[in-house]
Design a protein around this ligand. Sequence first.
Ligand code: 13P
Ligand code: SF4
Length: 366
Amino acid sequence: MSQTCILPQSYFGTDRAQMESRIAAAKSRLGKRLVILGHHYQRDDVVKYADFTGDSFKLSQQAASRPDADYIIFCGVHFMAESADVLSAPHQRVILPDLAAGCSMADMAEIDQLEQAWSELEEVFDGTPPIIPITYMNSSAAIKAFCGERGGAVCTSSNAQAVFNWASARQEKILFLPDQHLGRNTGYSMGIPLDSMPVWDPYRHMGGNTAEAVIAAKVLLWKGHCSVHQRFTPEMVDQVRSKHPGIQVIVHPECTWEVVQKSDATGSTEKIIQVVRDASAGTSWAVGTELHLVNRLAEESAREGKLVISLEERGCLCSTMFRISPAHLLASLENLVEGRIVNQITVPEETAHWTRVALDRMLAIC
Ligand code: 13P
Ligand code: SF4
């Protein structure tokens, strides 16, 4: 029986050494029945307990390929845990240690807004829009299900171009949601001009577009963004280059088009780590993504004679990823040891079916 809980007060007073030994003890009691997945933005004192780390794509593959584990503790955010629930086997339980770990970008696309947008598009195209809806992994299960039911798919930052290519081979236009920046950066890298990718504002009739603009569009970009990645600016790229001559700039594709254009490379969290790891000693890198990933990469790279700094001097924190603390992880583990499943994420089967279709399409494309 699943329960929801706020972290009990007793967990806050636990000192670090005690916390570590209790986490280790609970993990070993659960053994192979448990797998802990950790996103690259998790804090150091949490990610060190992960059995697997990765970007959204890699973690979704892990969730789909660990049927031995009865419990998947997802140290990440809500949409990732939902996808893990949909991709895992029916007997598996997915737990998000803090239910308040959401994603403000995912919240920028609500299912009733998408249904309204689609009915306006149906009006423009006499009932059958020549459009494939593609949603970024950073969206609710309901949005993913809507896309799956209408022939669309999910993508992540590591496979957006492959999914766009797949969609373009099947239909005239793409409706991409919720991240306008990932959509614009992907479309532009495939040669789609900026003026063929108008923004769809869900708070305005027809997204704020004329019927003519929608008919002429190749990609409609939902007006959503990541508040963490939007903090990186083109001026920061200029400043870091003048302060550190020869430095290379690598950013996440949730950054604005202007920032991506000024950078040397772009990629998912996993790709950023890989590119910097593969770089030669003596190179230096300014990284445009979340603080915890950048700090760990900086520490590791310093040992190999490479300089890694944040593109934003003080670093940009994802406050919802940060919500998962060692105390939350410990509480989840000890509840499982006691036979209580707390903070389970469950996608209702009527939504899960089409969500699975959209996710499976992505996994088959890439
Ligand atoms: P990745 O799939 O690149 O890890 O990105 C997830 C995310 O939320 C970035 O903000
Ligand atoms: Fe969401 Fe941005 Fe945080 Fe990623 S970094 S989880 S997109 S708020």
